[in-house]
Design a protein around this ligand. Structure first.
Ligand code: FAS
Ligand code: PHB
Length: 388
C-alpha cells in the first residue's frame, strides 16, 4: 500500500490526540490519528471526571462544549472531610472560577463526533505503530498495513505508548515518584450522596466522593499498591466507603449497582524534553500525575493547545520559534501540576508505615487549609486551573 501523506501524524485517540487534531483542523492543518484500540473502547474507558475552568473555556471557544454545558455539572466548591466533619473550600468565592464535572469519556465522544463530522482521518484498531526519521524533516510512521509520511509526529499515546521511546536515551531524562498506595475506583448507578465532591482523610485511609451525573456516583478508596480488584467484592468496597466517609452529622452514602471498578496506581512522572526533532510528546505520553488533584486530562488539554499553536506557526508560516519553546512552555505548567498533585496527595493520604510525626504534620496541614483563607485560596486557584 503506498504511503499516505499528511502534515501531522498523531499517535493516540485520547483527549490529547483528538483535541490536537481538532485544533489543527481549525487552523487548516491536516492530520491523521492512529489509535490502537477500537472506537467503542476509547469511548467507554472510564477515567477523569473534572474539567478545569481554562479547559472548559477552551472547549467552548473551539465549539466542543455543547453537550458539556448541557449535561456537565458546574461545581463551586468541594469539601475536605477529616475529624468526622466537613470543611468546604468555596472555589468560586475564592477564585471566581468553577470546575465542571463531566466524564473524560464524554469529552472523547464529543471530540470523535466533531472530527468525523469534519471528515477527520481517524484510524482505529491500528497495530504495529512505529516512528522513523524523527530527526529529519520527513518523519514517518509505519503500522501494520500502512505508512504515513509526515511533516511532524505528535506522540499522544499515553504512558504506555511507543512515542516516548523514540527519543534517544542520551537525550531523554525522566523523573519519577511512586506513591506507596493506589486508588480503587468505583462507578455506581446511584444518586450522588452529596451535591459536591468530598475528599475524606480517615484513619482507615483516603476516600473520594465524586460523580458523573445526577444518577451516577464515582467513588475512590486508597488501597495498597499491590491490591487486586478480584479481592474487592462490591460489598467489601461499600463497607469500607461507609466507614471512611462517616461523619458526626449523619452523612449517608447511597449505594447502587456497580457499573465498573478498577485499581489505578499512583505515580508522578515527567519526561524531558517533550520534543525531539520533529517528534512532539503531549499528555500522558510525557507526564503522569496522581489523580488526587484532577490534573491529568487537563494537562493533556493544555499541552495540545500549546502544540497546536506551535505547529500552525511552523507549518503555515514557516516560523519555528514556538516549536523551539514548546517543551519549556509545557513543562512549566507540568511541574506546577506535579507540585499541586503531590501536595493534595500527601495532605490527604497517610502512607502505610509513615511516622506519627508525618501524620501530625498532615493533619496540621489539613486544619490550616480549612481555616486559613490564604491557604484555601492557594489550593483553590490550583484546583480550578491556573490560566493557560
Ligand atoms: P490517553 O492514555 O488517554 O490516550 C492515549 C491513547 O493512545 C489511548 O487511546 C491508547 O489506546 C493509545 N495508544 C497507546 N499506545 C498506542 C500505540 N502504540 N499505537 C496507537 N495508539 C496507542 N486523570 C484525572 O484527571 N482524574 C482521574 O480520575 C483519572 N483517572 C485515571 C484512571 C486511569 C486508569 C488512568 C490510566 C488514567 C487516569 N487519569 C485521570 C489520567 C487520564 O485521565 C489521563 O491524564 C488522560 O487520559 C491523558 O490523556 P492522553 O494524554 O490523551 O492519554
Ligand atoms: C473523578 O470524578 O473521577 C475525580 C474527581 C476528582 C479527582 C479525581 C477524580 O481529584
Amino acid at each position: 500500500m503506498s504511503p499516505v501523506r499528511t502534515q501531522v501524524g498523531i499517535i493516540g485517540a485520547g483527549p490529547a490526540g483528538l483535541l490536537l487534531s481538532h485544533l489543527l483542523h481549525l487552523e487548516g492543518v491536516d492530520s491523521v490519528v492512529l489509535e490502537a484500540r477500537s472506537r467503542d473502547y476509547v469511548e467507554r474507558r472510564v477515567r477523569a471526571g473534572v474539567v478545569e475552568q481554562p479547559s472548559a473555556d477552551l472547549l467552548r471557544d473551539v465549539g466542543l462544549a455543547g453537550r458539556m454545558d448541557e449535561e456537565g455539572l458546574p461545581h463551586h466548591g468541594f469539601s475536605l472531610r477529616f475529624d468526622r466533619e466537613d470543611h468546604r473550600i468555596p472555589l468560586t468565592e475564592l477564585t471566581g472560577s468553577t470546575i465542571t464535572v463531566y466524564g473524560q469519556q464524554e469529552i472523547v465522544k464529543d471530540l470523535i463526533a466533531a472530527r468525523l463530522a469534519a471528515h477527520g482521518d481517524l484510524r482505529f484498531e491500528v497495530s504495529g505503530v512505529a516512528v522513523h526519521d524523527v530527526d529529519t524533516d520527513r518523519p514517518r510512521i509505519t503500522y501494520d498495513g500502512g505508512e504515513l509520511e509526515c511533516d511532524v509526529i505528535a506522540g499522544c499515546d499515553g504512558f504506555h505508548g511507543i512515542a516516548r521511546g523514540a527519543v534517544p536515551d542520551s537525550v531523554l531524562k525522566t523523573f519519577e515518584h511512586e506513591y506507596p498506595f493506589a486508588w480503587l475506583g468505583l462507578l455506581a448507578q446511584a444518586q450522588p450522596s452529596h451535591e459536591e465532591l468530598i475528599y475524606a482523610s480517615h484513619e482507615r485511609g483516603f476516600a473520594l466522593h465524586s460523580m458523573r451525573s445526577p444518577e451516577v456516583t464515582r467513588l475512590y478508596l486508597q488501597v495498597d499498591p499491590d491490591e487486586r480488584i478480584e479481592d474487592w467484592s462490591d460489598e467489601r468496597i461499600w463497607d469500607e466507603l461507609h466507614l471512611r466517609l462517616e461523619t458526626d452529622n449523619g452523612f449517608t452514602l447511597r449505594e447502587g449497582p456497580v457499573i465498573e471498578k478498577s485499581i489505578t496506581s499512583m505515580r508522578g512522572f515527567v519526561a524531558e524534553p517533550m520534543r525531539h526533532g520533529r517528534l512532539f510528546l503531549a499528555g500522558d505520553a510525557a507526564h503522569i500525575v496522581p489523580p488526587t488533584g484532577a490534573k491529568g486530562m487537563n494537562l493533556a488539554i493544555a499541552d495540545v493547545l500549546v502544540l497546536s499553536r506551535a505547529l500552525t506557526s511552523l507549518l503555515r508560516k514557516g516560523d519555528s520559534d514556538l516549536v523551539e519553546s514548546y517543551s519549556d512552555t509545557c513543562l512549566r505548567r507540568v511541574w506546577r501540576a506535579q507540585g499541586f498533585s503531590n501536595h493534595m496527595t500527601t495532605m490527604l493520604h497517610r502512607a502505610p508505615g509513615s511516622e506519627d510525626y508525618q501524620h501530625r504534620l498532615r493533619m496540621s496541614q489539613l486544619r490550616y487549609t480549612a481555616t486559613s483563607s490564604a491557604a484555601a485560596t492557594s489550593l483553590a486557584e490550583n484546583y480550578v486551573g491556573l490560566p493557560f
